[in-house]
Design a protein around this ligand. Structure first.
Ligand code: 3HC
Length: 289
């Protein structure tokens, strides 16, 4: 059984650990400390339990998948991993520190991949143990549901690295797309202007939260309206990516909507803080404007 290391047991890391374990890999799941890794694993257990209840997975398959996930408190065991995926907080200095640390434990042939949604891969590669065995592997939230994976190679990434990661992604049952190391890659380059424009429209009084979301969701047949989706992703993350698009392209069309900046300054990040364009403190989200 091949071993995969996952760094970060939050929404994305736990999702990645889950799909890798369900695809038959042994998964080492880590976070800042073992308690956080265990919290991530408990969330996976809950989601697998729901899948069993719905008849989408058998109890024995779910139990076996969960059994393949081991929480770890440090990177010592990561020497056994053929691939390590970093899905930690979207801050460059945090990722760089992780790469330096995990690099000491990783085997000479192992690949390090980052789930960054916006930081340039070629720049991050400078902190990796080997730029040839480093690349971007961008999953979407919620990971078990969303089909695509963007694969992003840095300037020094080897063909072998891309091909090995592509094989892994396909084993997870994902649809692989290749993107160049350009700001926002593909999906966020297209998505963030949509979200940003919806926030401009709200700020300029074109319509209220409910009507913008209802119109776009039904009018474009999207599962969520753009303001609901912004709350789901996190407004802090949306702002971060929009700024990367602006800085990376120099194109003013990517300037963040003032209302998005204000909400982030207020600490209204969306679902995770219970307040964004909706209020999540009750049983159902309530629009706030
Ligand atoms: N983890 C695992 N599975 C989940 C889940 C989660 N967090 N949330 C929902 N699901 C599953 C449900 O169990 C259900 O599975 P089933 O069909 O097997 O029963 C299925 O998804 C549908 O869920 P629900 O019926 O509860 O609710 P919805 O039909 O409203 O679907 C949704 C929820 C899948 C989140 C859907 O609203 C959706 O697709 N929204 C858009 C999500 C999106 O655009 N994601 C991309 C964000 S951008 C990104 O990630 C990039 C980053 O860099 C910013």
């Amino acid at each position: 059984m091949e071993t995969i290391g996952v760094i970060g047991a939050g929404q994305m890391g736990a999702g990645i650990a889950q799909v890798a374990a369900q695809a038959g890999y042994r998964v080492l799941l880590s976070d800042r400390d073992i308690a956080l890794a265990e919290k991530g694993k408990a969330g996976i257990a809950k989601r697998l339990g729901l899948a069993v209840e719905k008849g989408k997975a058998t109890a024995s398959d779910a139990e076996a998948a969960l059994g393949r996930i081991e929480t770890v408190g440090d990177y010592a065991a990561f020497g056994e991993a053929i691939l390590v995926i970093e899905a930690a907080t979207e801050r460059e200095e945090i990722k760089r520190a992780i790469f330096a640390e995990v690099g000491k434990a990783m085997g000479g042939d192992a690949i390090l991949a980052t789930n960054t949604s916006s930081i340039p891969i070629t720049r991050l590669a400078q902190a990796a143990p080997d730029a040839g065995r480093f690349m971007g592997v961008h999953f979407f939230n919620p990971v078990p549901v969303m089909k695509p994976i963007e694969l992003i190679r840095g300037l020094a990434t080897s063909n072998e690295t891309v091909s090995r990661v592509e094989t892994f992604a396909k084993k997870l049952g994902k649809e692989v797309v290749h993107a160049n190391d350009a700001p926002g890659f593909i999906v966020n380059r297209v998505l963030m202007p949509l979200i940003n424009e919806a926030i401009f429209a709200l700020g300029e009084g074109v319509a209220n939260v409910r009507d913008i979301d209802t119109a776009v969701s039904l009018g474009l047949n999207h599962p969520m309206g753009p303001l609901t989706l912004a709350d789901f992703i996190g407004l802090d993350t949306c702002l971060e990516i929009t700024r990367v698009l602006l800085e990376g392209t120099g194109d003013p069309k990517f300037r963040p909507a003032p209302l998005m900046v204000k909400y982030v300054e207020a600490g209204w990040y969306g679902r995770k803080t219970k307040r964004g364009f909706y209020d999540y403190s009750g049983a159902e989200p309530v629009p706030t404007r």
